[in-house]
Design a protein around this ligand. Structure first.
Ligand code: SF4
Ligand code: SF4
Length: 441
């Protein structure tokens, strides 16, 4: 694609990298076929190619974002399916991240939209506020249909995503070290994060047991918190960079102390952001090289486990597992085989979900901010999964787990919970809950 940025514009490092991305696009349109919003809406402006044109026009002409541009960029899930499909290697993720930041700087959203976004970006990364919000959600969940009926779809979506059951009590892990149970084969940091400890504290518990059992020492670095992913994808760049620097400092202390072989993540959305710290902080003289080191060490937990060569197991129960590949894992990090191979090796029968490249509609805060599209994607995903008649659904991202669980009675668990169970850990909580329900009718 030809561009017409001036030399003065190109002196801005963000414009410089976006211009390189734009020039890589040859308008072939292959990406449109695998873009969920184009598949649903059939509008070129809701396809990757259409959005690329909108972003080019906005940046090249230094135009403030218009309501029309915002509408189409907001509808993008940042699922990155288009990056997997693109034969020219167009880095759409960095381009749309730039566009979202430009929108936040130049566009004044309607008051309710602004308030909702500010609420999400303030509450979700804060463990105390988020925990309080979940408890409130449990109480008010029955009101979701009423809110939807009176047009408050986003509030209704938020309530519907609240778990049906009170999550297990939180465990304070930051600053703790979990020793290997056998000869030590490695030392890793595990990202505790912000959503997981509230909605699914048992996931990291399973991950720690699994790693310890296989000879890996685990530390949850003192001072670590939200990775910045939520703020980053909502265009709140300064908040995202502050959160990234905070975590980089926490892990750098560990690297320079007892040392780290890897930084492991059980929420693939956060894993993609950690792997992008190098790019996000490339112009920060104090943090660029530290950020690059963190990005090199960042791994999805299944990537690390696959390299450990864990012995084959017989599954505790012969279950059929539908493996849902989170977009941030398959498109963002290109981790596709490791989770399935680990599950097979643990004795489970694993089935791929048809249309597996299409997002489930979770996409960070998308299922709250774009509930109509998110619901359509979830229903399509659930229909594809239920067609497989699985006993359980496994995924590597809390966002997908919550989104899919809101649309089906089949239990949804994190991949590491099944791996932990197969190697001596407890039955995953979602399975015991569904078993209890079966027995009690
Ligand atoms: S597939 Fe790649 S090169 Fe082709 S239109 Fe889409 S982004 Fe551009
Ligand atoms: S990130 Fe996903 S929704 Fe956005 S343009 Fe690419 S394929 Fe479409």
């Amino acid at each position: 694609m030809q561009t017409a940025f001036t030399l003065a514009q190109l002196a801005d490092p963000q414009i410089y990298s976006s211009e390189k991305i734009l020039r890589g696009c040859v308008h072939c349109g292959f990406c449109t076929a695998t873009c969920p919003t184009y598949v649903l809406l059939g509008d070129e402006l809701d396809s990757p190619r259409g959005r690329i044109y909108l972003i080019k026009d906005m940046l090249e002409n230094e135009r403030p974002a218009s309501a029309e541009v915002v509408k189409h960029i907001d509808r993008c899930l940042s699922c990155l399916s288009c990056m997997t499909t693109c034969p020219s290697g167009v880095h759409y993720m960095h381009l749309v991240d730039h566009a979202r930041e430009h929108i936040e700087k130049t566009y004044r959203r309607p008051p309710f939209d602004r308030a909702m976004r500010n609420l999400l970006v303030r509450v979700l990364p804060d463990l105390t506020l988020f925990r309080a919000a979940v408890v409130m959600g449990l109480v008010f969940r029955p009101l979701a249909p009423v809110l939807k009926a009176i047009g408050l779809r986003r509030m209704a979506a938020m309530l519907r995503l609240t778990p049906r059951y009170r999550p297990s009590p939180p465990v304070e892990r930051t600053g703790k070290v979990y020793r290997a149970q056998s000869a030590c084969r490695g030392r890793v940091a595990l990202l505790s994060g912000c959503i997981n400890p509230v909605l699914a504290p048992l996931t990291n518990e399973a991950a720690i047991r699994l790693l310890n059992r296989n000879g890996v020492e685990v530390v949850v670095a003192a001072g670590e918190a939200c990775c910045g992913s939520l703020a980053h994808h909502m265009g709140h760049e300064q908040q995202a960079l502050t959160q990234a620097r905070n975590n980089i400092d926490a892990w750098t202390r560990e690297i320079e102390g007892a040392g780290l072989d890897a930084i492991l993540v059980t929420v693939s959305g956060c894993g993609s952001t950690l792997k992008d710290y190098e790019f996000m902080l490339r112009s920060d003289r104090d943090y660029a090289s530290k950020a690059a080191r963190i990005s090199r060490l960042a791994k999805d937990i299944t990537e690390y486990l696959a390299a450990l060569d864990i012995p084959a197991q017989t599954a505790p129960r012969p279950l059929t597992v539908a493996y849902h590949s989170a977009c941030s894992l398959q498109h963002g990090q290109k981790v596709t085989q490791a989770p399935k191979e680990l599950l097979c090796k643990s004795g489970f029968m694993v089935k791929d979900v048809p249309e597996g490249h299409l997002c489930c509609g979770s996409a960070g805060t998308y299922n709250i901010l774009q509930p109509a599209l998110a619901d359509r994607l979830r229903d399509r995903k659930v229909a594809n999964i239920e067609g497989l008649k699985p006993d359980v659904i496994a995924a590597g991202n809390i966002g997908c787990i919550t989104q899919i669980a809101a649309g089906t009675a089949i239990p949804v668990v994190h991949t590491v919970e099944l791996l932990d169970w197969a190697t001596g850990g407890p039955v995953p909580e979602a399975l015991t809950r569904s078993r209890r329900k079966e027995l009690t009718g």
